[in-house]
Design a protein around this ligand. Sequence first.
Ligand SMILES: *[C@@H]1O[C@H](CO)[C@@H](O)[C@H](O)[C@H]1NC(C)=O
Length: 484
Amino acid sequence: MEAKNMIPKTLLVGLAVIAIAYLYGILVEDPKSYLDEIEKSIIDAWSEYITLPKKRFQRVAVGINCNLDLIVPALPLFEALHVKPGGKENHPRLDSLQSFQETFHHFFSKGSAAERAFTNGSIFKEIVEAAESLKEKQYYIGGNAALMASKIKFLFPDVELQLVGPIGPKLSELFSQNIQVPEESHIEEDEVHLIMEYRVGETWGDSTATVATRFITSFDESNSKMSHLETFFSSLLGFEPDLIIISGLHLMEGEGKEFYTGRMKVFRDGLNKLDPTIPVHLELASMANGDLVQEVFREIIPEISSLGLNEQELSFSSHVLKGPHSDDFVHLTGQPEIHKISDMILWILKTFGYSKERPESKLTRVHFHSLTYHILGTIPDAWSNNEAAVAAGTHTAGRQACDVKHLTPEQVELRIPATFTLYSGGPEKQLDHKHPVIFWDYEGYHFVFSPVLVCRDPQKTVGLGDAISATGLMYSQYNRGNLR
Ligand SMILES: *[C@@H]1O[C@H](CO)[C@@H](O)[C@H](O)[C@H]1NC(C)=O
């Protein structure tokens, strides 16, 4: 017996040596060239999926949150304000230079990014003036609505675009000439979001930054009160859009239940009066108030056609509304599992979306985006060109994060698991790099998945979700007339 086994064993060892030598050649000596092949074939495959729909959106109305991002180095700002390091304390809201200093110091010493609103406008104004006096400063377009509008204009210069929101003089200068801003949108002073950056190794008092990150603060009454909501709806009449994109609901979080319930009613009534053949997309953004999220889902979601959101927003929504995998939110770390995300998208469509049993709901599309992959779920009769939309969205994610026009394999990497399932109980899958856009039909809904090629050295991560959602929409075609 032993003698008989000797031959195949020797053969096996021999083959294994050859195989290892071969793998060594491609993986160890030059692991990147092998991996780059995967990325290259995904980039090439995407371009085959990305085709424009037969009927493109031509007139797009966007609102409502707009602001001016002012980026400055954090420590020189405190110097200009004559504020010394002092103690550390995490204040939920900022009302003085002292609470500002203590809260910043708290996060600086921990090395974590944070955002805190000011409750005192005159002190915030003083801080912004000090920031503007610094030599090193940069102004950028900020706010989901403003970012989506400028992305669409960049991708499709021929599209007629109207933007409504609080737009001050500096922000106005940053927009392309061809974005229409109605007169009522202009405000006298920009709503500034102050982004204070610091680098690894910078020291302040007894603390040293262990990572490079940022502290953000603002006193943004226009956006937190959605002061342009009425203007937004009234401006739609003269413009006659064929696509409406809205964001900014999340900014009302700090305003108290009575306030946001009242604004939500105005929002809902405005949506309810719109022509139902015009699709309305709502882009969510980070929310921590479970009650506000519940109101958004119960009151607003059935009044919109399309919803865009990321893993934090999706899993938090499922958590507060007792959807699938609702406890995962509590211990969410790293990237969410693919099948769980698609379960949650299905749940939103089934629970809040259009169906024969719920014909009054307009919701027919959910576009999920995360760092490593995107999934789109639709009612198939209502939306077409969905594969192109997802491919265009994932393609945009890598390009915008790397801040390049064309992706090259060396700049990016695939970060989805080697095997995954597309929905709970589904078969195990592996990505075919030549066909990275996967689509399937499940319980009457159409789903599309594509991985993202994640930028290795990201340059621009602000507004990534906005760019993805705006791109996906512009590659989609709405066929509401097909619904019966
Ligand atoms: C804001 O702070 C200033 C300076 O401390 C103070 O005089 C003013 O009363 C504060 N305003 C509000 C609304 O608290």
